[in-house]
Design a protein around this ligand. Sequence first.
Ligand code: URA
Length: 194
Amino acid sequence: MDSWENLKKECALCSRCPLGETRTKLVFGTGVESASILFVGEGPGEQEDLQGEPFVGPAGNLLDDMLEIIDLSRKTNVYIANIVKCRPPKNRDPKPEEAAACREWLQRQIDLVQPKLIVCLGRIAATHLIRDDFRITREHGQWFDVSGIPCTAIYHPSALLRDESKRPETFVDLIAIRSKIRELCPEVYSGSAL
Ligand code: URA
């Protein structure tokens, strides 16, 4: 049987793609390892690469604010991972072969967390988890079945920093995610005022 300890050890030794040669720190994932909700981003940026933790730069601060709107946080009830664990140089999109090389680590994280819901952060995560021609502008907020787990995608926090006009739609998506959590993960809000 797999364990977090084994997975972290094996992932730390990974040399399956060249991203490991240019990164500073591997960014494995963070949050509650038995969370009902898994958020998946694209890959580490500059701050994440330096600190070894996902979403700690400007996009991470916005993500934390977005989570707080629906009473979620990486400290209490979600797990956060990325499609690739090492920073692509100059924050370019991960190449398909890099995402494929990293896929086993994400799959094992999914199998260990056993989330009831998955939320993709941005188009890149959605193209790898939901469908390779996923259109974030048209399909954000919709629900898809990913190996039996309900999965949705919202705009990436970096996109919301670049283009504030997308924020109202994302607010609507977050409220819909809250409804889905109430429906499928009642334990998350038990005892909360929301
Ligand atoms: N953007 C991502 O997609 N992931 C991170 O961890 C940080 C920024």
